[in-house]
Structures are given as C-alpha cells and as structure tokens.
Design a protein around this ligand. Structure first.
Ligand code: ZN
Ligand code: ZN
Length: 253
C-alpha cells in the first residue's frame, strides 16, 4: 500500500498543506489544502474519498477539486463520512450559496455520491477494508483503519484523549499509526478544549498500546513543529516515533 502525504499540517503557510493523504492513487483520505498539489490527471483518478470530519482543514479541497474536474470526470466519486458530516457538507458547502450542489450535478449522473458510515463499520473499498474508528473532537469525527491483504495503518483523525481507541488497536495491530499531536505541552488546556493531543497526553495514551508500530505525529501547528517533536522524542524514547512529513510517500509491504 502506498500512502502519499499531500498535506499534514495543522495550518497553512508557505509549503504547508492541511490533512490530505492519497492512497494507491485512487483513494483520498481527507481533502484538505493538499489536494492543490494534484494534477488534473491525478484528480481524475480518484474514485473514493474518505472524510474524518467536516472541519475546513479536512474538506476544503473537495469542493474545489470537484469544480476543477467537473467537465472531465468519467466516474462518480464516492464520498464516505459520518452522517452528521454529510449533513454539514450538504447544508453548508453544497448548498448553492457556498458552492454548487454537486450531489445533483450533472443532473443525470451526479459527480459525487454520499455514503454515511459510522464507528465500528468495516467498509470494502477497492481492495481495502476500512474500519471506522472512534475519535474525540468537538464535532462528529472518526478515524480509520485501512488494510489491504498484507498491511494496515490507522489514522486517528483529529482527536484528543480517546480511551476507546486503544483496545481496538491492540486487536488489529496496525503497522503504522498516524496520530494528531497539534500542540506542545505548554498548550495543554487549549489542546483539551479543541480536541487535540499534546506530547504528554500522547505519552499517557500510548501506555495503553501493547505493540510497537511506527508512530507518526501529524497536524502540528505551524511554528511549533520542532518543540512538539522534541517533547515527543524526550517522552517516548522507547517508541518508533517521528513526524509525518508532507511529500513523504510511505510504502507498506
Ligand atoms: Zn478538526
Ligand atoms: Zn484538523
């Protein structure tokens, strides 16, 4: 399985894109500003889009991509998200005021089809099994565990402390964990209020994880990246932990 990290920042700035992962060229996991890095041809290859939640940094690329490929798309794109996220997309994005309603365009063969998903479900998409994981965030949010015949990885989505997650990961034992650590320990209260983790909170959460996968931290706030990583490395010397990098292509095999 090939995972291209098109965006993994907690904000924007020169060279910084927000959460967007492209898997095996055809499956998009979140659609932040990283979608901007795709050529027309690569956008047209996307068949399925799996969304963790409706915050703008995870969806803003979707309406813009649809408008870009609209004239040339050959196949409808399937959008998978929590039912409340689909409602947000329909009421607040694809509502003709913010953006055209692509759930109805073109009339005879709309460019997107919405598929509601909920925690505990296992979707079969292309050659993958995608299990919907719980997350803790101020808006309905999920994570995903994505597996092919050989490998798997878990993406927490945006999440704070989430004790429901670890028993599941202990059963599934993913090869890679991509986890939200947006803030330094100095911003503990802000992290709790906004539903993200700090290095110390991550450390406390990882005491519940029984195996030793590669752990990559994502969604770091611009300007705080070095401090967050120093704190993670100091607190977790026995873990394989590093920072998810935009432009990185992770191959699991
Ligand atoms: Zn969020
Ligand atoms: Zn976010």
């Amino acid at each position: 399985m090939k995972i291209e990290i098109l965006g993994c920042s907690g904000g924007i700035g020169p060279g910084l894109k927000t959460t967007t992962f492209l898997i095996d060229d055809t499956l998009l996991l979140d659609a932040g500003t990283g979608v901007e890095l795709l050529t027309m041809e690569r956008m047209l290859n996307i068949r399925d889009v799996v969304i963790t939640h409706a915050h703008l940094d995870h969806i803003i690329g979707l309406p813009l991509m649809l408008a870009t490929i609209f004239d040339q798309h050959r196949y409808p794109i399937n959008i998978y998200a929590h039912p409340e996220v689909i409602t947000v997309l329909e009421e607040h994005i694809f509502n003709w005021t913010m953006w055209p309603d692509y759930t109805r365009l073109p009339e005879n063969n709309p460019i997107i089809r919405m598929h509601p998903v909920d925690v505990g479900e296992v979707l079969k998409i292309q050659n993958k099994a995608i299990e919907v994981l719980p997350a803790e965030h101020p808006t309905p949010t999920v994570g995903y565990l994505i597996s092919d015949e050989l490998n798997s990885f878990a993406f927490t989505g945006d999440t704070g402390t989430n004790d429901q997650l670890w028993p599941l990961l202990n059963q599934r034992k993913p090869d890679l964990l991509i986890i939200d650590v947006s803030f330094t320990d100095e911003s503990d209260e802000l992290a709790r209020l906004s539903g993200h983790l700090t290095p110390s909170q991550l450390t406390s959460q990882l005491t519940q994880l029984e195996h030793n996968p590669r752990i990559t931290v994502t969604h770091l706030k611009p300007g705080m990246e070095e401090s967050i990583m120093q704190q993670c490395l100091r607190l977790l010397p026995h873990r394989q932990i590093d920072r998810l990098q935009q432009g990185e292509v992770i191959t699991l095999n």
